[in-house]
Design a protein around this ligand. Structure first.
Ligand code: HEC
Length: 107
């Protein structure tokens, strides 16, 4: 009886852990968060597929920048693109850059 209720508790907390959107360390939770951040901050100019090019925005799927260069550009801004270092954490910038880079692979 003791064992049974103990494993029931284990199963319930497992289900709860999987069901929660954030999990134990939300900042390290890359992919889904990247998509969310992209929709919120980037889609306006770059479009859902990265190609919109609104207001002079570059086609992200055609970019030749490295991941580090993108992280730097998103942090500091360039031309008509604003800096994000005061809006997003470095983890969030990395997550959104990873998402943006993956757009190019999905063609
Ligand atoms: C206000 C419109 C706007 C928003 C919002 C915006 N960008 Fe940009 N983005 C631009 C413009 C304009 C450029 C071209 C800058 C230049 O080279 O002068 C650019 C360039 C870039 C580049 C460089 C591409 C290359 O090859 O040079 C990357 C990477 C990028 N944006 C990522 C992002 C990400 C990630 C976000 C969301 C966090 C974002 N942008 C939000 C307008 C925007």
């Amino acid at each position: 009886m003791r064992t049974a209720s103990a494993s029931l508790v284990a199963i319930v907390s497992l289900v709860l852990a999987c069901g929660s959107a954030s999990g134990p360390s939300p900042a390290d939770d890359g992919a889904p968060k990247g998509q969310q951040l992209y929709k919120m901050h980037c889609e306006l100019c770059h479009g859902a597929n990265g190609k919109l090019g609104f207001n002079g925005a570059k086609d992200l799927t055609a970019s030749t920048l490295s991941r580090a260069e993108m992280v730097a550009q998103v942090s500091n801004g360039k031309g008509r693109m604003m800096p994000y270092k005061n809006t997003l954490s470095i983890k969030e910038i990395e997550a959104v850059v990873d998402y943006a880079r993956a757009l190019g692979n999905k063609r």
